[in-house]
Ligand binder design. Structure first.
Ligand code: S3P
Length: 429
């Protein structure tokens, strides 16, 4: 496939789709399944490059992971002490979740391991996980500026009580996974609640994980027992279609089997605050996670202010919310989102420059952006900045522009959503 795509403006999107499996939950199923006893079967596993990087890393540590049918994994768990030293560097590509979460598990291993990734990942901050892991007793070495490659020599961890300055599921999960290996109770406290998939999954595998306010405590050395995990559809992937339906005139789209975990549903809250016609049907629970079908129809939107704890619940969707804000009546202000600057790219500066390129009136803040609404976007040329979420967000901008939009460097979308454009065009009428 060529590494760019041209999007024509669309109206009347309609149809029903199933988004791919949740990226965060897919990663965790492999990590926790690998260090559990017995077999873990994973259904609806996301076979995007990021989650495949996690599978490859555990295979290199001696875990047998079979994919006999697409999206169905059988993980032959080796127990918490059964991993082997990898005989080569673990290259996890673009995946920050793999690098940060796996570091917690590696910190508990009495062997030497080296983690690296692509140019983007090697520029992202790793001190945020290296520091607590060192406090627990692991040797963690980084490049200058606490960047990857990382070298970890672990084993014999002490429990800690760690207060992280950043609300981040990757930091929290890293510490909880290291806490499996510590003798005693490890506690992590964050300033706001980040996604809680690790806590939910560890509990379902038999660990004692206690949540109290913003504290999460894990009791070390649990017996983890493998079982079946059914991964819900990824709300972060569903978000593109929901927003497209809201923005394109005459549209009605049903996105089925979407994970609606309250630590992840900020995009639905934000769009509803703006006045979007979104409803949930068939709410149920699957493998300890809430799931629903979501119906989204074209709507008139109002500008809003988004800040505080809601930002953590919709962090990966903010570039998309900015696209929606260009079509709202009035101004939208997004603040408290400085974490966007250390994602796969600096998503504040990338969103501002790409939307401005299409004619948006958008100002950059240190921790967010201010977007003027009721703007007719012009088609044009957009860059993905090598970031899957930028490429998909600009695709949705292309649907509502007044002429065609070409997005360059789009192969990065395979990290989280292989088949994105085919699913989108299945809604064209
Ligand atoms: C993720 C957590 C988030 C999110 C990332 C996936 C996870 O990062 O941006 O795409 O699976 O834990 P932070 O929690 O570090 O902000």
């Amino acid at each position: 496939m060529s590494n760019k795509i041209t999007i024509e403006p669309q109206e009347n999107l309609s149809g029903e789709i199933y988004p791919p499996g949740d990226k965060s939950i897919s990663h965790r199923s492999v990590m926790i399944g690998s260090v559990s006893e017995d077999i873990t079967q994973v259904e609806n596993f996301l076979t995007g490059e990021d989650c495949i990087a996690t599978v490859k890393a555990f295979r290199k540590m001696g875990v047998q992971i079979d994919e006999n049918e697409p999206g169905i994994l059988t993980i032959h768990g080796v127990g918490i002490n059964g991993l082997h030293e990898p005989d080569d560097v673990l290259d996890v590509g673009n995946s920050g979740t793999t690098m940060r979460l796996i570091s917690g598990i590696l910190a508990g291993q009495p062997f030497y391991s080296v983690l690296t990734g692509d140019d983007s990942l090697r520029s992202r901050p790793m001190g945020r996980i290296a520091k607590p892991l060192r406090m627990m007793g692991a040797q963690v070495y980084c490049r200058k500026g606490e960047k990857a490659p990382l070298t970890i020599i672990g084993g014999n961890l002490n429990p800690v009580e760690y207060k992280t300055p950043v609300a981040s599921a990757q930091i929290k999960s890293c510490i909880l996974l290291a806490g499996i290996y510590a003798k005693g109770e490890t506690t992590v406290t964050e300033p706001a609640e980040s996604r809680d998939h690790t806590e939910r999954m560890l509990r379902s595998f038999g660990a004692e994980v206690i949540s109290s306010g913003l504290n999460r405590m894990i009791k070390g050395r649990p017996k983890l027992s493998g079982h079946k995990v059914i991964v819900p559809g990824d709300i972060s992937s569903a978000a593109y279609f929901i927003t497209a339906a809201v923005l394109c005139p005459g549209s009605e789209v049903v996105v089925r089997n979407v994970g609606i975990n309250p630590t992840r549903d900020g995009i639905l809250v934000a769009l509803k605050m703006m006045g979007a016609d979104i409803s949930m049907e068939n709410q149920r629970e699957e493998s300890g996670e809430p799931v629903a079908d979501i119906r989204a129809c074209s709507s008139s939107l109002q500008g809003c202010d988004f800040n505080g704890d809601l930002i953590v619940r919709m962090l990966d969707e903010i570039p998309l919310v900015a696209v929606a804000a260009t079509q709202a009546q009035g101004q939208t202000k997004i603040s408290d989102a400085i974490e966007l600057r250390v994602k796969e790219t600096d998503r504040i500066s990338a969103t501002v420059s790409e939307l401005r390129n299409l004619g948006a009136k958008i100002a950059e803040l240190e921790d967010g952006m201010v977007i003027e609404g009721d703007i007719e976007l012009a088609g044009g040329l957009c860059k993905s900045h090598g970031d899957h979420r930028m490429a998909m967000s600009m695709t949705i901008a292309g649907l509502i522009a007044d002429s065609e939009t070409t997005i360059e460097n789009i192969n990065c979308v395979d990290t989280s959503f292989p088949g994105f454009w085919d699913m989108l065009s299945s809604l064209y009428r």
